[in-house]
Design a binder for this molecule. Structure first.
Ligand code: PEP
Length: 238
């Protein structure tokens, strides 16, 4: 899954989306998706519909409608046939003060509209250095798991150590696997061990295969490298 963040314009997107549509036909059996800025959802749908690449948004409101200036409701994402929506990306947690409960509320709003939330969790560098990785992950996951097994079975999780996002510093496959194994164990305890858990943080074509070789890493959430069609398609192929 690509996360374009706040990048793109109509003409550049047209090329990137067309290249993805053409290239993903040969990307193998995995799901390939892009989460684009809200104004480009119509364009993503127009180019991608009927092909192998699905699309989604990068955030949504926890509310269904109302006086929430600037926010976008899950029902609005449905108008653009979004299959996915990110919730709790670390940039939203850090820059927009999104807390763990709000992130879970947003995931619930997406599920209520039939959209799959991709719930992002991950520790900061300071938390990692303080040995708090597993505690932070457990804290962030708690309100999501509290949605219950039926809901969580329809969620995708993305473990994204904040220190690895956009920094070029990827977690080693073993580091990532150790956190993914802990997440899997929580999912197992809830009775939903099959939930997909993506890794995110400077994933590139050159490191994707070694990350995907880990037993509990089911795919990737890709920022920078999702803006280059060939690079992103090589990650999908991996
Ligand atoms: C992201 O935006 O979720 C991300 C992982 O970014 P990057 O791949 O650029 O580190």
């Amino acid at each position: 899954m690509g996360n374009w963040k706040m990048h793109g314009n109509l003409s550049a997107n047209a090329v990137l989306l067309a290249d993805l549509r053409a290239g993903a036909a040969h990307a193998g059996a995995c799901d390939v998706a892009v989460c684009v800025p809200f104004p480009y959802l119509a364009q993503a749908r127009a180019v991608l519909e009927g092909g192998a690449v699905s699309w989604g948004a990068q955030d949504l409101s926890a509310h269904a409608q109302g006086a929430f200036t600037g926010e976008v409701a899950a029902g609005m994402l449905n108008d653009f046939a979004c299959r996915w929506v990110l919730t709790g990306h670390s940039e939203r947690r850090a820059m927009h003060a999104e807390g763990d409960q709000l992130v879970a509320d947003k995931a619930a709003a997406a599920l209520a509209a039939g959209i799959t939330p991709v719930v992002c969790i991950g520790e900061t560098l300071a938390e990692q250095e303080a040995g708090q990785t597993h505690a932070v992950i457990a804290r962030q996951l708690a309100p999501v798991l509290a949605l219950g097994a039926q809901a969580v079975a329809r969620v995708v999780l993305a473990y994204e150590p904040v220190w690895a996002i956009g920094t070029g510093r990827t977690a080693t496959p073993e580091q990532a696997q150790s956190v993914h194994a802990a997440i899997r164990s929580s999912l197992h305890d809830l009775g939903v061990p099959g939930v997909r858990v993506l890794y995110g943080g400077s994933v590139k074509a050159s490191n994707a295969a070694s990350l995907f070789a880990m037993p509990d890493i089911d795919g990737a959430l890709v920022g920078g490298a999702s803006l280059v069609a060939d690079e992103f398609l090589r990650i999908a192929a991996a």
